[in-house]
Unconditional design. Sequence first.
Length: 304
Amino acid sequence: MISFRYHLVSIIAVFLALALGIVIGTTALNGTITKGLRDDVSSLKKQRTDLNNQIKQLQTQVDNAGQFASTYGTQLVAGSLSNKSVLLIAMPGASTGNEDGIANEITAAGGKISGRVGLTNDYVDQRRADGIVNLATGALHPAGLTLPPTSDPGILGGTLLAWVLLGNGQQTDLTQVLSGFSELHMITTDGNDVAPSDSVVIIGNGSLPANGYASAAELSLIQGFQKFKGHVVVAGDAPSSSGGGVVASVRGSATRTSVSTVDDVDTPFGQVSTVLTLVATIAGHIGHYGTGSNSDALFPPPAK
């Protein structure tokens, strides 16, 4: 008869056998597993070192490019915008430093800043949309402007602003429209008179939610300048070339065939590139430049 003691001994024997098997297996495999792990760790360390070296090399190249642009940028653009006036438009949040940098390069190229207009957050706030519609369709609507058949505030506002800023209509139209938007706290100027121009640099900053109201309103303004045959360059930083950023919006739409973009305007190199891009755009050559994956090249060819 099988006793309890027999069962107990059998169970102990099974566990001892399992333990012995684990010990034997571990001993046999330990060398191979350890060696494999060590090889993997060594490989990962080497990859990390290689990547760090590549990052340092790329950063050095970026720094050198910035130093080159700071030193020789004015020589590269000199005379390329002689007798040209250029209008600067800053999207909400655009850096004053970037705007000043572009203005300096335009001046170095022989161009003249005809005015600076800054859009505020109220312009791209959907809660303020009725104000734009009322302004575009109300008493300040210029007699010579035919608005598109839409109730979209971004399209109406963009059409109205672009029309007067490009020099259409009378001087009083420009004055009244800018005053109307100023009273709505939707635009600012630098305190100087704003003169119209057919050459426009629009400065953006950062990304926006894709397909959002703000992104669509910014693109509609750009399309307004496109509609009325303006020579337009949209210049932003790297984030602006992603999501619903202003550069990404242009590059991701049909507008890219007639409006040029630059996505590294927060660097001296990008500010020089913006002027060269404007020169090319005036000559009828549209391009998209910078470090973004959706750019054509790092920079346009120097002006001849």
